[in-house]
Write a protein that binds this ligand. Structure first.
Ligand code: AMP
Length: 397
């Protein structure tokens, strides 16, 4: 069966058509600049990249163009839409109702709309994407796969904040956690690499991309994660501040005259590695600047490593030990310097990286020293494949 995986943003639609027998992507594409003008890129293994500029007034247009590209005689990979057995949609927020992926029906759509207030930037385009897809494929089963679902196993003591309980009960303010699909995928692969049942393992997964989060996974279940009510909490990120004293927010507003909107912009878009370095949010730029002796660039790397080390120590403590540490996403998979910077000094926890084995980028590799008590892996994440696998699993139920 082929499964179409859709990840819909406010002005873009990423997609992959995955063959579930081979687990290979037949086509990988991106429709972008939706509502502006429109641009489509589609990659198929062994062929030249297909690039087009069709007009995309809205997501319905984009969806139509994506489906046409998939069945196109010259550039496509299937003969008709009948060859798409199901669609898996990435949905950012599934609230407290969904601890698993779910077959989309009217009731699910209603609940996704209720979750919009929890993820005002992300859930609306996800919903628009589902509606657009349903228009063209009304009889094809569709599954929602949530970024938050994997973390729904966190106990109350991990997801509650120290604020009045009514704010949780009535207003649902709590830690939700994100990147769940990625944390679940790489922890599963790590257990396979160790030839162990995930139910017997204590794993820390570090998803380090432009956004980043660290998760504690005990016996196959997420027991804590660094992102919170929104993806702003936790480690410092490319442009997001991560943790800070909440009083800084009121200080910025009351003493420095920021509006709430400006604070939001500052903490989400102008902080983190970009804000600290004053150079870029991209790790490659920061590394290069640090190598040339730029103090702020080196400082931002030091703060980054430090913020992740603290989570590793904390999660070691709450799980009562650690069997495996995983690095994934753009930085975690590629920047071995970062893996080494984070692991440096963690020998006291049994974490010892092998500086020779670690010199790899973008491949699955065990990078721990032979005498490391904790296995360390770099594992390329594959959220699309995980979404497709979850979709297939839901259909088979
Ligand atoms: P993501 O959000 O997962 O796409 O990750 C984006 C981040 O990964 C950016 O900060 C990039 O600088 C970083 N990244 C991607 N490739 C490399 C690489 N080869 N070396 C170092 N960092 C990289």
């Amino acid at each position: 069966m082929n499964i179409l995986v859709i990840n819909c943003g406010s002005s873009s639609l990423k997609y992959q058509l995955i063959n579930m027998e081979s687990k290979q992507a037949l086509a990988v594409g991106l429709a972008e600049r939706i509502g502006i003008d429109g641009a489509l890129t589609q990659k198929v293994e062994g062929r030249e990249k297909y690039v087009a500029s069709p007009v995309m007034k809205n997501h319905d247009d984009a969806m139509k163009i994506v489906l046409e590209a998939l069945i196109d005689k010259e550039h496509g990979v299937i003969k008709s839409m009948d060859e798409i057995g199901a669609v898996g949609h990435r949905v950012v927020h599934g609230g407290e109702r969904y601890s698993n992926s779910v077959l989309i029906d009217d009731d699910v759509m209603k609940y996704l709309n209720e979750c919009v207030k929890l993820a005002p930037l992300h859930n609306p385009p996800n919903i628009i994407g589902i509606k657009a897809c349903k228009q063209f494929m009304p009889n094809t089963p569709m599954v929602a796969v949530f970024d938050t679902a994997f973390h729904q196993t966190m106990p109350e003591k991990a997801f509650l904040y120290g604020i009045p309980y009514e704010l949780y009960q009535k207003d649902h303010i709590r830690r939700y956690g994100f990147h769940g699909t990625s944390h679940k995928y790489v922890s599963k692969i790590a257990a396979e690499c160790m030839h162990k049942n995930i139910k017997d393992l204590k794993i820390i997964t570090c998803h380090l991309g432009n956004g980043g989060s660290v998760s504690a996974i005990k016996n196959g279940k997420s027991v804590d994660t660094s992102m919170g009510f929104t993806p702003l909490e936790g480690i410092i990120m490319g442009t997001r501040s991560g943790n800070l004293d909440p009083a800084i927010v009121t200080y910025l507003i009351e003493e420095l005259g920021y509006t709430a909107e400006e604070v939001n912009e500052l903490l989400n878009k102008k902080s983190g590695i970009l804000g600290l370095s004053g150079i870029s949010s991209d790790f490659r730029d920061i590394r290069a600047a640090a190598a040339e002796g730029n103090h702020q660039a080196q400082l931002s790397l030091d703060v980054y490593y430090y913020s992740i080390k603290k989570y590793i120590g904390a999660y070691f403590a709450i799980m009562g030990g650690l069997d495996c540490l995983v690095f994934t996403a753009g930085i975690g998979e590629n920047a071995y310097e970062t893996r080494e910077g984070i692991c440096e000094g963690l020998e006291c926890l049994g974490i010892k990286i092998d500086l020779v084995k670690d010199k790899v980028r973008g491949v699955l590799a065990e990078v721990s020293a032979d005498d490391s008590k904790v296995k360390i892996f770099a594992i390329p994440t594959n959220e699309e494949l995980m979404i497709a696998e979850e979709t297939l699993e839901i259909l088979s139920k």
